[in-house]
Design a protein around this ligand. Sequence first.
Ligand SMILES: Nc1nc2c(c(=O)[nH]1)N(C=O)[C@@H](CNc1ccc(C(=O)N[C@@H](CCC(=O)O)C(=O)O)cc1)CN2
Ligand SMILES: Nc1nc2c(ncn2[C@@H]2O[C@H](COP(=O)(O)OP(=O)(O)OP(=O)(O)O)[C@@H](O)[C@H]2O)c(=O)[nH]1
Ligand SMILES: [Mg+2]
Length: 437
Amino acid sequence: MDTIVAPITPLINSAVIVVRISGDDALKVLKLFDISNLEHRRVYNATYYGSEVRDDVILTFFKAPNSYTGEDVLEVSFHGNPLIVSSFISDCYKLGFRFAEPGEFTKRRFLNGKIDLSQAESILDLINSKSKYSIQFSYNTLTGALKKRVDSIISKMVDIGSVIEAFIEFPEEELDQSSFDNLYHEIELISNEVSTLISNYNTIQHYKTGFAVVIAGKPNVGKSSLLNFLLSQERSIVSDIPGTTRDYILEYANLGGIPIKLIDTAGVRSSSDTIEKLGIDRSLEMIQHADLVIVLLDASSFDDEDRYILDITKDKTRLIFVNKVDLVANLDIEHDLAFSLKYSIDVDKIVPKITEKLSLSDSDSAYTSVLINDRHLTLFKDFLSCLNSLVNGLTSLDLDIAAFELQQSLNILYEITGERYTDSILNNIFERFCIGK
Ligand SMILES: Nc1nc2c(c(=O)[nH]1)N(C=O)[C@@H](CNc1ccc(C(=O)N[C@@H](CCC(=O)O)C(=O)O)cc1)CN2
Ligand SMILES: Nc1nc2c(ncn2[C@@H]2O[C@H](COP(=O)(O)OP(=O)(O)OP(=O)(O)O)[C@@H](O)[C@H]2O)c(=O)[nH]1
Ligand SMILES: [Mg+2]
């Protein structure tokens, strides 16, 4: 493989800029330093004698095949001046090295068999994660959670394939019903497993784009006050005039590490005001699409308008919060939490209540869940339809069809792990990586 070079930290005036070199000729660069004979995985302090500038640097060497790319890798840490690094990279071109394409180091790591394609993809997800949960999900995939699952499905499919081949090869032997039933059963288990993986996709989507949390309630209960409290900012207008919020207000927030789209809505009541009515329609629509509805009640005025909102949200994931507890001595409304936003009574319990409601269950914890990306989703759906055709082949005793569909379904799985790939699949994945990754 030709030798490539690129900065692996931003090329800006900073403390240190690190440049990575990978390839057969990587050690040739030592001509530019006052050092030779580097040992695997050791760190050295050296001087760079460039054609234009000099610098005092740190060198780290990883000998092939035990490096990030699987090739000889040298990392050079320069003082953080981009001019030094540009000059160094020009010197590298003179040695015959070329500038690495985005993601090329990781692509080589994949091509050299250090990681599978799902692990390579997770590196990009890890870097781009917008929440700590998303980082944990990506880290699971990085350490092989999805690879393991797909590998185990592959081995089960291979087993099923050999049974089908045996049926084809020895047609004279009675095809007894029980071996068929067994195959159907195995296929169903695999189908269920893949369906679960597909449903997990929604979880990661939520963690990427944020959970839609809608604050709903009749006018004047304190919805806008709650939004402002959660944002720690006077974003929404608060007043004692019922019907203050006319259109919904959407803001992004991060509550306890969970990304949230927080939506303050117009108070729901029967109104004759045209604009207010339009706002209320939007509130009802927001409620429909919410991942979580916070139904806000006023401790001092529980009535039919509240009952109406409780009724239309009864099938949604929801929390019932009661505000203005300062106004009553006894509270006999069913609720998840009661507080006073105005007088800061029990407001510290609000965020934990919301995050608790949105958090994954233990069985689906961020540390163990196997989550998939868009590419995997498409492939898994194709896989399921292949399984369907496979079952049809078996049912109609068309074993050649069954064998063909089985091979197709395996090919799809190999595309997930990257055991099979085309240049365009790889390009699609790695072109989205940053320089130096
Ligand atoms: N300086 C530096 N920091 C970094 C990276 C890097 O490449 N360089 N990484 C880059 O993203 C991440 C760490 N990931 C890495 C993963 C594998 C290997 C590596 O050398 N693996 C070899 C050796 C394993 C061993 O012998 O234990 C291998 O897989 O064979 C290096 C870094 C984050 N921090
Ligand atoms: N007593 C008391 N008043 C509160 C409390 N929280 C908010 N308020 C007051 O209730 C009034 C309405 O608050 P908002 O936040 O505007 O209520 P809203 O639900 O957004 O109202 P609409 O937008 O009209 O639907 C304001 O005058 C607030 O100051 C509280 O805990 N106790
Ligand atoms: Mg309001």
